[in-house]
Design a protein around this ligand. Structure first.
Ligand code: V47
Length: 370
């Protein structure tokens, strides 16, 4: 089927239709195309084969337990040093209050992440999880990135498996996909010198999967990385998924420059974001879900991204997420969307909205307003 003025894209369309895996060079070629409608069609073909018209969202809340972090990543506007006036660490009481609000608003998931804070004992993390689980046993705790797990293993001198097992016993149900950034060197070291390396991030994902956890994966794009860095990132994730199989969802994160050490950069354009979503859908043939994260894309671009291969809009999120509040491209950093608004975005784009839990099971509510 020829539907593009780009001959290479027509060749790749045949491969995608036959369900064949795309190579590194083909990923680079997809990014190079100017035929955006044809790229959208290709990614949408794959998305519809996997999910039909179903587009997922969830009712969740982000909880950032501390903003104190020693990693000093150049792209991050969230972290503080312990002496800064607005540095904080939430205690268990704060956490229970925030989780309680989330549950009353109908949240099925609490997304828990924080900085690398050397003042905390390991028991801080297990107490946090077990208190939340005790009080709200039905709330899914999607907690700690591979970077936090790596920090715990090294700082508390524990085996990776021991860290994972103890956190699981305390109540960790799955892990979010943060901290992946860009795996390839030298780019990774240029933007996050002191962070867990790419290989180690992937190794820990494999160990989390082996322990029975589902995890997500992200990629931070639109800063200093090259097209080759992005495609390499997809291939490394795809190979890890072949090995361990526990990734649920890929989330491309559009770089938001204000307040960071890279604030002079423009961030990605709308076209670049749509291409990145589409190419990730096509390259990550063993990832079930691609999320258009509206907080970083903006609601309108996230809606359009549903036609470029994305099948998930993430969640209602609501306040209490200091990390996301300082990032959002939405007016006045407003990180808020109602369930009705997210459903309307999906329907208006021509898709069917399905509320999911963290593990992509449909959520059935007793009342429409719940
Ligand atoms: O790891 C940091 C990114 C991530 C900036 O798993 C930035 O469902 C843009 O991982 N501009 C944290 N992005 C967020 C994250 C996430 C979000 C939503 C859902 C899930 C999930 C995971 O945010 C960090 C980093 O890659 N980030 N600074 C910035 N200035």
């Amino acid at each position: 089927m020829n539907f593009s003025h780009d001959a290479k894209l027509n060749e790749l369309a045949a491969k995608v239709e036959a369900g064949e895996r795309l190579s590194f060079d083909e990923g680079v070629a997809l990014f190079a195309t100017d035929d955006l409608p044809a790229l959208a069609k290709l990614a949408d073909t794959m998305r519809r084969r996997l999910h039909g018209l179903t587009t997922y969202y969830n009712v969740n809340r982000h909880f950032n337990y501390t903003n104190i972090c020693y990693a000093d990543c150049k792209f991050c506007g969230f972290y503080r040093t312990p002496r800064q006036a607005d540095a904080y660490t939430h205690n268990i009481q704060d956490s229970l209050r925030i989780a309680g609000e989330a549950v009353r608003e109908g949240a099925t998931e609490l997304h828990i992440v924080g900085g690398l804070n050397t003042k905390l004992p390991f028991s801080y993390y297990t107490d946090l999880l077990s208190s939340l689980k005790r009080e709200y046993p039905r709330l899914h705790l999607k907690a700690f990135t591979m970077v936090e797990l790596d920090h715990m293993a090294r700082f508390y001198k524990m085996a990776d498996e021991e860290v994972i097992n103890q956190l699981m016993r305390a109540g960790m149900d799955s892990c979010p996909g943060g901290g992946a950034e860009i795996f390839r060197e030298p780019t990774r070291s240029m933007i996050c010198t002191h962070k867990t390396g790419g290989e180690r991030w992937l190794e820990l994902s494999g160990k989390a999967h082996a322990a029975g956890l589902k995890t997500n994966a992200t990629m931070l794009y639109g800063h200093i990385e090259s097209t080759e860095d992005r495609v390499d990132h997809f291939i490394q994730l795809r190979e890890q998924q072949d090995r361990s199989g526990g990734f649920q969802c890929f989330i491309p994160l559009a770089f938001y420059p204000p307040g960071t050490q890279l604030s002079h950069l423009p961030g990605p354009s709308g076209v670049d974001s749509l291409k990145t979503i589409a190419v990730s859908r096509l390259m990550l043939d063993n990832f079930p879900h691609i999320k258009a994260y509206w907080v970083m894309l903006g609601k309108q671009l996230a809606q359009v991204a549903l036609h470029f291969g994305a099948n998930d809009l993430d969640g209602t999120i609501t306040e209490g997420g200091e990390l996301t509040e300082s990032y959002s491209v939405e007016a006045n950093n407003e990180v808020k969307i109602s369930k009705q608004e997210i459903v309307a975005l999906i329907k208006d784009a021509g898709f069917e909205a399905v509320e999911r839990d963290t593990l992509y099971n449909p959520v059935v509510r007793e009342t429409a307003a719940a």
